[in-house]
Ligand binder design. Sequence first.
Ligand SMILES: Cc1cc2nc3c(=O)[nH]c(=O)nc-3n(C[C@H](O)[C@H](O)[C@H](O)COP(=O)(O)OP(=O)(O)OC[C@H]3O[C@@H](n4cnc5c(N)ncnc54)[C@H](O)[C@@H]3O)c2cc1C
Length: 240
Amino acid sequence: MYTWSTSTTIQNTVCWGAILFLDEETSKDNDAFRNSEWGPEAAAAMCEQVKDFPIISGGDKILTLQDLIDRTPKEFISKVMLEEKVFKTWFDCRTVLIGDACHKFNPAGGVGAANAIHDAIALANGINGLPFHPVAEEIEAVFRTYKEERIDRVEKAFDSSKTFKTMAGQSVSSKITRYLMKYTPSWVMDSVARRQNTNRPQAAFLPPAEDKGIVRPAPQPSLSIKAPEETEESKRTQAM
Ligand SMILES: Cc1cc2nc3c(=O)[nH]c(=O)nc-3n(C[C@H](O)[C@H](O)[C@H](O)COP(=O)(O)OP(=O)(O)OC[C@H]3O[C@@H](n4cnc5c(N)ncnc54)[C@H](O)[C@@H]3O)c2cc1C
C-alpha cells in the first residue's frame, strides 16, 4: 500500500513524498540492511513506481508525481527505510543509543526529531553529572537513568505515531479513527495537547530557557543533576 502527499512551502516551492508500507512478507524483498536499498538508484527505482500517482494541480491539467519528479534536482530526492519499533536495548557497557537508533516512529506522527533531541538532553544531563574519572558501573548507571527518564515518553510517542499512521490509511479502522478524531470535542483535544506540551526538557548545565508556556513543565529528574565540584585532587589527575 502506498500513500503520497504534497505541500507548499514559504519559499514558494513544493515538497512531496511517497510512502510504501511493507508487511512481514514484502519487507523481505526490501531488506533495509542491503546497501542497494539506500542511495540514488533506490530513490530512482521508487520514483519509477510512484510516478503515475495523481496530484492536485489547482488547474484543469491533470498532474502526477512525475511532474514534480521532473522538477526536483536529483540530489534532493532520497529514499529511507523505516522500521517502527521501540528497541529494548538502549545501552551496553560504554555504548549508548539515542534517537532513531533506539526508537523509530512512523513519520506520520512528526515527533522523531523532537524525541531524538529530548534523548540527547536527558543523556547529556546524566553525563555532565559523572565524576571526572568514571568507572564502567557509573557510566552504565547514567545510561540506565537516561532510559528510565525517556522510555515512558518514547512509548507514548510511538503509540501516537501509530494512531496518526492509521488515520492516513484507507482501511475501515482508518476511517473509524478519522471519524472519531473529527468529532472529538475540542476540550478533549486541548487536554491532550496540554499533556503533550508538559514535556519540555532542559539542559541542566545551561542557563534555563525562559518559560513561555501556559502549562507547567512535567518533572524532569535529570534537571537536578549537578556537575561534580572541581577539587585540587581532580585538577591534578586531569592534568596527568
Ligand atoms: C519522511 C520523514 C518525515 C519526517 N518528519 C518528521 C517531522 O515532521 N517531525 C519530526 O520530529 N521528525 C520527523 N521525522 C523523523 C526524524 O527525521 C528522525 O526521527 C530524526 O532525524 C532522527 O534523528 P537521529 O539523529 O536519531 O538520526 P538521523 O537523523 O538518521 O541521523 C543519523 C546520522 O548518522 C549517519 N550515519 C549512519 N550510519 C553511519 C555510519 N556508519 N557512520 C557515520 N555516520 C553514519 C547518517 O547519515 C545520519 O546523518 C521524519 C522522518 C522521515 C523519514
